[in-house]
Write a protein that binds this ligand. Structure first.
Ligand code: AGP
Length: 620
């Protein structure tokens, strides 16, 4: 959460930083700000409450001039979204400007000490202590770099920090501590950009070459960038040789490709996401699953005695589907739990426990902490994630990358579908490796999976039906999504999508649990979305639908094509193509996403950047 961009070089820093902030806005949009060192050496600040566009000036000539600066787009943790709490923060004399992503856990104690020694604070943020700490260090005679580096030994918590100094120094310092918030650095031909994420680097890739070398800071590493080059250090000031990686413009370039929103574009990319997740993992000749990245030997797979799947939000919903798939195909006991709960338990983790973490970003603080905990306990640890080089991929013994391409919409869509695809592959792989699935069964499962991109593509070909249904249901303020078995977590995912982008109250519930309480809610004002594909639990869901209809509930059912019988009993129906049971979660997700999207549009919501959310939650 929070986006950081810094530029130093020969060009005007303002437009480069502004563009970077716009590209990082998915990380938070409570406020934004830019600090520029002008030609006389003064730090000029501009801030806005709300989105980055508030910094856009009609008159391009009136933005602060200078070739070094820092920008920030904020997701508020300490202190409400306000002008005072917007970053960059400066010290008493406005000599230093700081931007920050994460939490200074000991800031109250530090602030008390700083106030006692005469520092005056202007914001409610934890970040502001950083500016005063640097100031204090410099007042004691330390250089800017040295004072900045000492933050690493003074503050507690996980964070990324960057700072600039007034005057002619033309240097940006950045530091990474712990697992929250990465920093990526690119330098080319006398210009450097630092950013929280790759899209911030785009201006450096738009010049004559569309490639640049980048490096990602590890925890406990600091970088100083100047027009003359880049210097990496550890917290003691020792030089570090950083490995560089080449990135292309395509890797960092994200646009809407003509769609109204990133979310819609990403929904439309889902057939490709499924195909991409299967690439080189399905052998189309033998029709078996091959997972070359899977870190366990055949012996270790045979010895596994349990699988635990963890994640948060949408990734938790994927974990719950994964539990069903693993149980069904691998013969192993499996459980799924929220990382934020799991990390604070003392779960039994043995040497033969496989833990699978799921996360689009690979940076979710609770998931990363839970991974670290199970690693310390000796579990075998695999992560399914989309972001290359993420914390999760560095902690895990092996990474199954989603390969969905960057996802900008704050509501996860294609990465959920990619997660489900990989969980299918993983469950089949474990089953085939452990001899639980025979060749014929494995081939049947694999064949089914390979049909999904086509089936999904057909479903996405006509969006009119979802627009029409959105008009029917936009007036409801309460939704209950019901599903059973593998589709129960899909009910939760449908409800999560609707609530996060439309702000409508929605709950996902196992359909069989409805009669134990939620049924009391059902009246004409409650919309029910019943997931009733033709599967082994179909008859049970039909009973649940009848219970709702008997109480005047309005029912929109997601049915398998051709199910005219149940369609006749409900108010509206959406259809998925006929498919094997384990593929229904993938297919049912699509109409639920589109329903949520169109309802949110009709309610005039900010679909790509819904209020209060951020794309990756790097605080606890
Ligand atoms: C989903 O639409 C949300 N953006 C959110 O629940 C998200 O899935 C959650 O924060 C976990 O993120 P991760 O997948 O990056 O770990």
């Amino acid at each position: 959460m929070c986006g950081i961009v810094g530029y130093v070089g020969s060009q005007e820093a303002w437009p480069i930083i502004l563009e970077g902030l716009k590209r990082l806005e998915y990380r938070g949009y409570d406020s934004a700000g830019i600090a520029i060192v002008d030609p006389s050496g003064d730090i000029l600040l501009r801030k806005t409450v709300g989105k980055v566009r508030g910094l856009d000036l009609d008159d391009v000539e009136s933005h602060p001039k200078g070739t070094i600066g820092l920008g920030h787009t904020r997701w508020a943790t300490h202190g409400r979204p306000s002008h005072e709490n917007a970053h960059p923060h400066t010290d008493c004399k406005q000599r230093i400007a700081v931007v920050h992503n994460g939490i200074v856990e000991n800031y109250l104690e530090l602030k008390r000490q700083l106030v006692e020694s005469g520092h005056v604070f202007e914001s409610e943020t934890d970040t502001e202590v950083l500016t005063h700490l640097i100031e204090e260090g410099m007042d004691r005679g330390l250089s800017f770099r040295e004072a900045f580096r000492r933050l690493g030994r003074t503050i507690k918590g996980s964070q990324a920090i960057s700072a600039i100094l007034q005057g002619e120094a033309a240097e940006i310092c950045a530091l990474r501590l712990g697992h929250a918030g990465g920093i990526v650095v690119a330098y080319r031909d006398g210009q450097a950009i630092i950013g929280s994420d790759l899209p911030a680097l785009l201006p450096l890739l738009q010049a004559d070459s569309n490639m640049a070398e980048v490096a990602f800071l590890e925890t406990g590493e600091m970088v100083v960038v100047t027009p003359d080059g880049v210097e990496y250090q550890d917290l003691d000031g020792n030089h570090i040789d950083k490995q560089q990686r080449m990135v292309t413009q395509e890797e960092v370039l994200v646009d809407k490709a003509g769609y109204q929103h990133f979310m819609l574009k990403e929904i439309m990319e889902q057939p490709q996401a499924v195909a991409s997740a299967m690439r080189e993992r399905v052998n189309f000749e033998t029709r078996r699953v091959e997972l070359p990245e899977f870190p366990l030997s055949a012996q270790e797979i045979a010895e596994l005695d349990r699988v635990v799947l963890i994640g948060c939000g949408t990734s938790l919903n994927a974990a719950h589907v994964g539990r069903h798939l693993v149980e069904r195909f691998s013969g192993l006991p499996a459980e799924a739990e929220s990382s934020s709960e799991f990390r604070y338990r003392n779960p039994y983790i043995g040497p033969h426990t496989l833990v699978v973490s799921i996360g689009q970003s690979g940076e979710t603080a609770d998931t990363v902490a839970a991974m670290q905990m199970v690693k310390d306990k000796g579990a075998k640890l695999v992560t399914i994630c989309n972001a290359e080089g993420s914390q999760a991929s560095r902690i895990a013994d092996g990474t199954l990358y989603m390969r969905a391409g960057i996802e900008i919409g704050v509501a996860s869509t294609k990465t959920f579908i990619a997660s489900l695809t990989i969980l299918n592959l993983l469950a089949i792989f474990l089953g085939q490796s452990r001899g639980v699935l025979d060749t014929a069964k494995t081939q049947e499962l694999v064949d089914g999976l390979t049909q999904v991109p086509r089936l999904m593509g057909d479903m996405l070909a006509d969006g009119a039906v979802y627009q029409h249904l959105a008009q029917e249901y936009v007036g409801y303020d309460n939704f209950l999504f019901l599903g059973r078995g593998m589709n129960s977590p899909i009910a939760s995912e449908g409800a999560l999508k609707l609530k996060e982008i439309s702000y409508i109250h929605a709950e996902g519930y196992p359909a069989g649990e409805m009669k134990h309480g939620p049924i009391a809610l059902i009246d004409q004002g409650m919309a029910i979305v019943a997931l009733a594909p033709k599967d082994s639990l179909y008859d049970k869901v039909v009973n649940n639908v009848k219970e709702v209809k008997a109480r005047d509930g309005k029912v929109l059912a997601v049915l398998t094509e051709g199910d005219t019988a149940l369609a006749a009993e409900v108010d509206h129906a959406l259809y998925i193509p006929e498919a094997a049971e384990h593929l229904n979660p993938l297919l049912i997700t699509v109409p639920l996403q589109l329903l949520a999207y169109h309802i949110a549009l009709l309610r005039d919501r900010d679909v790509d950047q819904p209020r209060n959310l951020a794309k990756s939650v790097t605080v606890e």
